[in-house]
Design a protein around this ligand. Structure first.
Ligand SMILES: Nc1ncnc2c1ncn2[C@@H]1O[C@H](COP(=O)(O)OP(=O)(O)OP(=O)(O)O)[C@@H](O)[C@H]1O
Ligand SMILES: [Mg+2]
Length: 307
């Protein structure tokens, strides 16, 4: 009998990204300008990760919160379109769904974000029945999930007791404080997936080498994303490194989340560490081929051709 219906359950934030491109420099004083393109995408680190995992064939459930509005419907329906179980996504009666408006020109961009429900998922609202049916709990955007953050230590402890592994991608800390992760959180995390800046910020040091030394003993797997320099994995006192794949980069939004999906696929499949890192690096690289976070995430077959 199958008791674990889901490979991965994500507890996270949900918002769309509206990407405008062309001459997007705004002009105040009632000026109306025309831009080349406007497209609505699945945004938010947690949702982009969930789609990447589903795209690789993992069974995914999402626990989150949206407003009662079109953006909330868009997110719920988009995830469902990937076969993701959305029963754990609840409505906030008062707060509208958050959104990011991304003004994109060439390789630079400006982002305006309305947080809305993004920080509003609370521990008490987590559907534990769904959680108990999964093999792994993933949390992204630690620093912007304000209502959930204080309760993550106990959520992680509970999930561990139910037999789940825990993966964490903190993403960036907008306050620059990089609080609480080392002492409170990392001892409860199995797979820690920061990028280089986040890794050094959390360790409180200015070199990556020092940060790796400090954090590698605290988690089973420390996989660090190094953008167009590839990625590094520390596991069991060994260090693995991988160079980026050759790809025509359109936009790197969500590369980190797609990397996480590949890494977790390999972990759940019981792969050896070097192979987990390679698949993650491929998934991150391939995701950059299109604008937005999810459009170019690979299927498992596609990713395996690069392995
Ligand atoms: N230009 C690139 N070419 C090839 N692979 C890339 C490139 N940029 C990123 N990648 C792959 O994607 C992974 C994740 O990218 P990155 O380091 O930008 O993550 P991140 O900063 O967490 O991104 P985000 O949080 O915006 O999704 C890298 O470790 C690498 O494997
Ligand atoms: Mg990231």
């Amino acid at each position: 009998m199958e008791t674990q219906r889901f490979d991965v359950v994500v507890a996270g934030e949900l918002n769309p990204d509206l990407i405008l491109s062309g001459d997007v420099w705004p002009e105040f004083g009632q000026v109306e300008k025309l831009v080349d393109e406007a497209t609505l995408h699945i945004g938010s680190s947690s949702a982009i990760f969930a789609c990447g995992a589903a795209q690789l064939g993992l069974k995914v459930a999402f626990i989150g919160k949206v407003g009662r509005d079109l953006f909330g419907d868009f997110m719920r329906q988009s995830l469902a379109g990937y076969g993701i179980d959305t029963r754990g996504i609840i409505d906030d009666e008062k707060t509208p769904t958050g959104i990011s408006v991304i003004l994109s020109r060439g390789n630079d961009r400006a982002i305006l974000t309305y947080p809305g429900t993004i920080p509003r998922l609370a521990y008490s609202e987590i559907n534990t029945e769904i959680l108990q049916q999964a093999r792994l709990l993933h949390v992204g955007s630690y620093y912007i999930q304000d209502d959930l953050r204080p309760d993550l230590p106990r959520l992680f402890t509970e999930a561990h007791n139910w037999g789940l592994s825990i993966s964490l991608d903190t993403n960036y800390d907008p306050t620059g404080k990089w609080d609480k992760v080392i002492g409170e959180i990392l001892p409860k995390v199995d797979l820690f997936l920061p990028n280089t800046v986040e890794c050094m910020g959390i360790a409180g040091v200015s070199s990556l080498e020092q940060a790796l030394n400090q954090l590698e003993t605290k988690v089973k797997y420390l996989a660090v994303k190094c953008g167009d320099a590839g990625a590094i994995l520390c596991h069991n006192g060994k260090k693995y490194e991988v160079k980026p794949i050759q790809v025509e980069v359109v936009d790197t939004v969500g590369a980190g989340d797609s990397f996480d999906a590949g890494f977790i696929y390999g972990y759940l499949a019981g792969w050896e560490p070097g192979r987990m890192l390679k698949l993650a690096n491929i998934c991150g690289g391939l995701s950059t081929r299109q604008a937005g976070g999810t459009g170019a995430q690979p299927s498992l077959d596609e990713a395996m051709q690069y392995l």
